[in-house]
Every structure is written in structure tokens, then in C-alpha cells.
Design a protein around this ligand. Structure first.
Ligand SMILES: [Zn+2]
Length: 395
């Protein structure tokens, strides 16, 4: 299983300059290769008796080494794989054009298109936050890195931030699952309620930071655009947003790893459309931490840890159905925190009820069901467990 991994680099000024130089070499090689190949394509129809071969990526690189590098000595200051990969990507772009899958490649302008370059050679991940790459030496990342062998890395710039990305070949791990299945209800009040009674809330630190940003923005609403004070303020806000993203990602990583490692079958709702309906405007805890990021992480982690992710359809009335007898309460509103069944008298926390339904519906379509998973029947013990647990217990 091949996974793409991308994370922001924590570069010093010297490294930033060097990265920009590499991106410049890659862009120069691309533009030169494009100029050459365009000329060949123009030449051939006009000179049927003297047709030129359309160069391969290797041809292009040989020509570059012979013709371009000696005239542009700054090429020698950067890794040779940077222009090499640029030409390979150019050739692939032409291939897609010839197959009518894409428009012809375009010239890259400095500062316009996203700058990037690829490095290969000896690449090593050192500790959790460092990676050794050719020419640069050791680079630091903000997030921790997966401990895997890496063949090549692509370094790219988005506005003033630099990112590193690479592919990792991962053998799915078959972890010993302590629990069979779980349903997860994402909600307005709590971020996630599990059908076994565990509740995951938005971290306090996150809420505080978010409130702080809102307050700062309000207090600085009249600052004049372009003034030094305005710039300082923007810089401060950007820094806080960055921290906010870090907390959110970390939190979701803990939660999704816990789910994928603990349960054989993980059932969630497809919130793409339903969420909008359920929460009006996708408000509350789910909006705060992000459903898409949660789902993205959960999808690859379930593959990674060999658990079965069941995403149930968006029209299943998980909140309105009694998890014990199946009776539907069509008048349930968001204000009702407790589900009271008019049919069997069952009284249960609203989110827990939804999570149990999600688990039941998810299991009914899981292939694992027939082998070793029993559909659980809710008991009162389960609902009594409903309380918040600190995330650290799953770290
Ligand atoms: Zn009932």
C-alpha cells in the first residue's frame, strides 16, 4: 500500500535560500526542456525529410548536461536530481498531452506557479522530527515523521511555507484488536461519541486559542491595512492559526489511531451532505476540528491497521431511531440531549444512541460480520460509561 506523506519543513534562512535555488534550477530546466521540445514539434511537420527524434527524459538530461549546465554554472551548486526530475516530469506532461489526457505543458514563471523540486539519493529519517536529504543535510519538520525508508522527496513552496512530501510503501499491520466494533457519532456538543460510551471533546487548549484569535481580530478590526501595526498583527494571527492547526491535527491523529488500532470494524456516518442537514451549517465541535481531516486520517489508518471502515449512507436516521427497539422519533430536535423511546421506554444519551445505531447499520454491511463479529445489543451498563476521558490515556 503506497501512501503519500506531506508535512511542513521548519527551515532556517540559509536553507530557505538554498531550497529556492533548487526550485529555480528545476524551473530553469523545465523551461529549457519545454522550449527545446516545442521547437522539435514545430520543426518536424515543416521538415518531413529531416525529422528530429522527440527526446526521452534521459535524452533531455544528457542535452542539458552538455548544453545548458556549462553556461549556467549555478546549476553545479544544486543537486543534479533537481533538473533531472523536472525533465522527467516534463516528459510525462508531454506523454499525457500526446494521449490527449492533458493540455500541453506550460512555461513556469518565477513566483507564479508552485515552486518545487525532487531529490533522490541517500535519504534518512532521523529521530521523529529530522530528515537527512542530499545536498541539504538534515532538515527539521514541525510534525513527527513516519519511521520508514524513503527513496525520494519532493520539496515545494506554498506562499512562504516549505513542505516536504514522499511516498511510503506500507505493509498493512495486523494489530491485535481488543474490541470487535464501534460506531462513532460526530456531533455539535461533543466531537465524537463512541458506541461503547467513550466521549471525545474538542481540546480545551484549542477552544481557548480559537477564542483568543476571535478576540484579537475584533480588537484589531480598525487597524489600517498596510500599516506596520497591521502587519505585526497579521503575523501574530498567522502564528496562532498555525498552532491551532497543530493542536487539531495532533488530536485527530490520536483519535483515529486509537479507533483503527482498537476495533476490527469502525463505523462512521458519511457527513458530506447529511452533516449539512443535521447541523444546519455544520456547526459546533465537528466544524471546529474538521470532518474531512478526521475521515482522511481514519481511511488510511484503517487500511494501515487492517481494520474495516464502514461509512454508512447519509439517509440513515441514526439520531432519531431507538437503538434498542427501532422505533423512530420524528420530532426529535437538536435540543433534545436525551432520547426517550415512546415505544419501549428506553432512555439514553442522544449521541450514544446515534453511535449505537451507526455501529449496527455499519456492521450490517461489513463483510467481517459473518466471520467473527456479533452485532452488540445495547445494555444499560454501556450508557453509564458516558463521560469524557482525557486524550492522553490513548497516547
Ligand atoms: Zn425503543
Amino acid at each position: 500500500m503506497l501512501l503519500g506523506f506531506k508535512t511542513e519543513l521548519d527551515l532556517n534562512n540559509e536553507q530557505r535560500t538554498f531550497a529556492a535555488k533548487h526550485a529555480g534550477t528545476a524551473r530553469h530546466a523545465w523551461n529549457w526542456g519545454l522550449w527545446l521540445t516545442q521547437n522539435i514539434l514545430d520543426h518536424n511537420p515543416a521538415n518531413p525529410s529531416e525529422k528530429l527524434k522527440f527526446p526521452s527524459a534521459i535524452d533531455l538530461h544528457k542535452l542539458l548536461v552538455a548544453m545548458v549546465k556549462p553556461e549556467n554554472p549555478w546549476y553545479y551548486e544544486t543537486s543534479k536530481s533537481s533538473p533531472q526530475y523536472a525533465l522527467r516530469q516534463l516528459r510525462e506532461a508531454w506523454d499525457r498531452t500526446f494521449k490527449k489526457k492533458a493540455k500541453p505543458p506550460q512555461f513556469k514563471r518565477k513566483g507564479r506557479s508552485q515552486d518545487s523540486f525532487t531529490l533522490d539519493g541517500t535519504i534518512k529519517i532521523l529521530g521523529s522530527n529530522h530528515i537527512q536529504v542530499p545536498k541539504f543535510g538534515v532538515l527539521k519538520t514541525f510534525e513527527s515523521l513516519p519511521q520508514v525508508p524513503v527513496k525520494n522527496v519532493t520539496i515545494s513552496r506554498q506562499s512562504d511555507k516549505w513542505f516536504i512530501s514522499f511516498k511510503i510503501e506500507i505493509e498493512p499491520q495486523s494489530t491485535e484488536k481488543t474490541n470487535l466494533s464501534v460506531g462513532v457519532d460526530l456531533g455539535v456538543k461533543h466531537f465524537a461519541t463512541l458506541s461503547d460510551g467513550l466521549v471525545f471533546d474538542v481540546p480545551e487548549e484549542y477552544k481557548k486559542l480559537k477564542a483568543k484569535i476571535a478576540k484579537l481580530q475584533y480588537l484589531n478590526r480598525n487597524k489600517q491595512r498596510g500599516s506596520q501595526a497591521y502587519k505585526d498583527f497579521q503575523k501574530r494571527i498567522a502564528g496562532l492559526h498555525y498552532r491551532l492547526t497543530g493542536i487539531r491535527k495532533n488530536y485527530l491523529h490520536h483519535l483515529t489511531t486509537y479507533l483503527a488500532k482498537t476495533f476490527k470494524v469502525v463505523c462512521i456516518e458519511d457527513l458530506n451532505v447529511k452533516g449539512m442537514l443535521k447541523f444546519g451549517k455544520l456547526a459546533g465541535a465537528v466544524a471546529m476540528l474538521g470532518f474531512y481531516e478526521f475521515r482522511r486520517q481514519l481511511e488510511y489508518k484503517c487500511k494501515l491497521y487492517s481494520s474495516d471502515l464502514q461509512i454508512i449512507g447519509r439517509w440513515e436516521p441514526s439520531s432519531r431511531t431507538c437503538s434498542k427497539c427501532g422505533w423512530k422519533d420524528d420530532e426529535l430536535t437538536l435540543k433534545n440531549r436525551v432520547f426517550n423511546c415512546q415505544n419501549c421506554g428506553h432512555s439514553i444519551d442522544r449521541d450514544l444512541n446515534a453511535a449505537l445505531n451507526i455501529e449496527r447499520i455499519g456492521l450490517s454491511s461489513s463483510s467481517l460480520r459473518l466471520i467473527d463479529v456479533e452485532v452488540p445489543t445495547p445494555t444499560d451498563e454501556v450508557s453509564n460509561k458516558h463521560q469524557s476521558y482525557p486524550m492522553s490515556s490513548f497516547a
